[in-house]
Design a protein around this ligand. Structure first.
Ligand SMILES: [Zn+2]
Length: 347
């Protein structure tokens, strides 16, 4: 995603108002993106810990650690590494290292729960895209994961500071996962809310008891709280036709687009466009919008879609977690707020 100037866009739909935090990723598990996950054409098995072999005590500490099998989609290889070490790479990739310590801890527990739920040695099914892997390193499929080299590149002179901060967040929650009915939950989280979280069945195929609509406030100043995508009316119609085979009148999009209803969180549930009814989640993907909280602005030649929030809205808002931490809440408060009725225990 890139910041753009306010020029009139005729050829394609583009983001008009945007600022960046590259490490704040939009979604967890939506959509499955095979292209982003790469191909396991070259599989090498490496013990990550062999690379940075360090002092004996570290080696001792690793004895008895749970080992996870990660498909590194950038290096295209399978890596085996201790779960807790893997989590440092996930928190580094999924959340801004500048966030509050308690928010980083909440992210660490969410990431650990995700991993434990997938681990085959703990009864999980592994990553569905990469044979032999418990999880992959793609945010579009499993969870983002950064190698130490990549962290160094991203953080430059802040590497030591941020790495230590994240390591402590992982260490400070060691072994902790979220359970419901004694089992690890299916974890979902995302970047920024529109002010409320979404109920799971509004986005996915089924409901899960711990995902209910709750307030997530104080995110208005976040870089992705508000964005907009604009494109020419013609282009909008072309994109729709190429996907659904439905021809729209580009001069009357205001009459072609009808919002049918909203979810409890204020996001659009479904719309009818040119007689074709579709879920807002589908529409969002088609036009690459940040969320389904969409306001349409119809211009003479172009259409603007203004969105609030970034991501599917189910579960923890990462920015919301940071805002709760700023208000003095600890990681357990944060998790209990976004994942209702869970217990936090060692897996
Ligand atoms: Zn995966």
């Amino acid at each position: 995603m890139k910041p753009l100037s306010k020029v009139l866009i005729t050829g394609t739909c583009l983001l008009l108002i945007s600022s960046l935090i590259s490490h704040l990723l939009p979604d967890k598990k939506v959509p499955d993106d095979p292209a982003a996950a790469g191909n396991p054409d070259e599989i090498t098995i490496v013990m990550a810990s062999e690379k940075d072999q360090k002092p004996q005590e570290e080696e001792e500490e690793r004895k008895g650690d749970t080992i996870l099998s990660l498909y590194d989609h950038r290096a295209k290889k399978l890596v085996r590494l201790p779960l807790e070490e893997y989590l440092v790479g996930v928190v580094a990739g999924e959340m801004s290292a500048s966030f509050e310590e308690e928010a980083l801890k909440a992210q660490a527990v969410a990431a650990r729960t995700f991993a434990v739920w997938h681990m085959r040695s703990l009864g999980g099914r592994g990553c569905s895209q990469h044979k032999g892997a418990d999880v992959c390193s793609s945010f579009a499929h499993c969870q983002e994961w950064l190698s130490k080299d990549r962290m160094r590149r991203n953080w430059g002179k802040n590497f030591e500071l941020y790495h230590e901060k994240i390591r402590q967040a992982v260490q400070g929650t060691k072994g902790k996962t979220m359970l419901y009915d004694g089992k690890p939950i299916e974890v979902l989280y995302y970047s920024t809310s529109n002010g409320k979280t979404e109920e799971a069945s509004e986005v996915f195929s089924r409901s899960l008891p711990y995902y209910r609509t709750v307030d997530s406030t104080g995110e208005e100043d976040a870089p992705h709280f508000k964005d907009s995508v604009a494109c020419s009316n013609q282009k909008f119609a072309e994109i729709f036709q190429s996907k659904y085979g439905v021809r729209l009148d580009p001069d009357h999009l205001d009459k072609e687009i009808k919002i049918n209803g909203y979810t409890e969180s204020g996001r659009i549930r479904d719309l009818t466009i040119g007689g074709k009814t579709l879920r807002a989640t589908e529409f969002r993907l088609l036009y690459q919008l940040n969320s389904t909280d969409i306001t349409f602005v119809f211009g003479k030649d172009h259409i603007t879609m203004i969105t609030k929030g970034f991501g599917h809205g189910v579960g923890m808002s990462q920015v919301g977690a940071d805002r709760m931490a700023r208000q003095g809440k600890d990681y357990q408060d944060i998790l209990h707020h976004y994942y209702q009725g869970v217990e936090i225990h060692n897996y």
